[in-house]
Design a protein around this ligand. Structure first.
Ligand SMILES: NC(=O)C1=CN([C@@H]2O[C@H](COP(=O)(O)OP(=O)(O)OC[C@H]3O[C@@H](n4cnc5c(N)ncnc54)[C@H](O)[C@@H]3O)[C@@H](O)[C@H]2O)C=CC1
Ligand SMILES: O=C([O-])CC(=O)C(=O)O
Length: 274
């Protein structure tokens, strides 16, 4: 006797940068139960070149059209175009997987909208770790959640908070605490750097109660995130040292892999971790 035939889920990717292109490559190499059918890129000619060696190149479509093409829409684009991907995906009742989690935090009304349309918003662990454990302890009482992010100064450049405070990352010569506040304030001040803090906040006790520290550390080779949780069921202490990707040193190599693991979990028979 054979099992039920496998029903493939179709995937569309918004943005073919450090995360999107690696995820696309992995899917094109073959993942049982998943088929990459569409992608969006800002530069069509560059995208065609990137996809040239693919076995089954995805159709290149505008951001807003991804939701028409695919059941799962993965957002890996700059936060500035988040709504162009998220709104159609949610309106059409798709599975929406955002990498720009910092852009989701100030738009939590999208969750209510997804409930109305039947869409699901699945936030990947991304560059972080241990959100299964954070979700588990958050089923009980939690006293505090803190994330300490350490990055080389150039990895923080361009953040609005630095301009507001007149902070020059070129002048940092020793490990320096640049910011301490809650996850909502961090997402506003460092929109390209606190996707991890946003994901942690959503997994645990919310953005107001999640504390974020951002350190600029000259010479640091790996983006390092340390999570500390005091909860009724357990004390969590977890650190990840991410290897920067070659194409975008702000983004670690772990993030596309985390998204791939999430997508596999949507179609696999055996799934491990809550
Ligand atoms: N959740 C997490 O743990 C992490 C999330 N991120 C976030 O994920 C997002 C993507 O990150 P990366 O891949 O490193 O960025 P990237 O800059 O390497 O890639 C973004 C891509 O989107 C493309 N793009 C820009 N405008 C577009 C448009 N209008 N239509 C289609 N494509 C467009 C760009 O050309 C580029 O190829 C960022 O918002 C970043 O902050 C990054 C690292 C970790
Ligand atoms: O560490 C990384 O790779 C990226 C990061 O901090 C973020 O996006 O929040």
């Amino acid at each position: 006797m054979t099992g039920a035939p496998l029903v493939e889920k179709t995937v569309g990717i918004a943005g073919l940068g450090a995360i999107g292109l690696e995820l696309a490559r992995r899917l094109d190499a073959g993942v049982e139960g998943l088929r990459l059918v569409a992608a969006s890129a800002r530069d069509g000619a560059k995208a065609e070149a990137s996809l040239a060696g693919f076995r089954h190149p995805p159709r290149l479509v505008p951001l807003a059209a991804l939701a028409e093409e695919a059941e799962i829409v993965v957002e890996c684009a700059p936060a500035a175009v988040f709504e162009q991907v998220a709104l159609p995906a949610i309106a059409r009742g798709r599975i929406f997987v955002p990498a720009s989690v910092g852009a989701l935090l100030p738009r939590m009304e999208l969750v209510a909208e997804a409930r109305r349309t039947g869409a699901r918003i699945l936030v990947p662990t991304g560059a972080l770790l241990g959100l299964d454990a954070v979700r588990a302890v958050a089923e009980g009482p939690v006293e505090s959640v803190t994330i300490e992010t350490r990055k080389p100064p150039r990895g923080l450049e361009g953040a609005p908070y630095l301009a507001e405070q007149g902070l020059d990352m070129g002048a940092v010569v020793e490990p320096t605490l640049i910011f301490r506040g809650n996850a909502l304030e961090a997402a506003r001040g460092f929109p390209a750097n606190v996707n991890v803090a946003a994901a942690l906040a959503l997994a645990g006790i919310g953005p107001e109660r999640t504390t974020v520290e951002i350190w600029a550390v000259p010479g640091l080779a790996r983006n390092t995130h340390t999570i500390r949780v005091e909860a009724g069921a357990a004390r969590l202490l977890m650190t990840v040292e991410g290897v920067p990707s070659e194409t975008n040193p702000r983004t670690g190599k772990l993030t596309p892999l985390s998204i791939l693991a999430l997508l596999r979990g949507l179609v696999s028979t055996l799934r491990v971790g809550s």
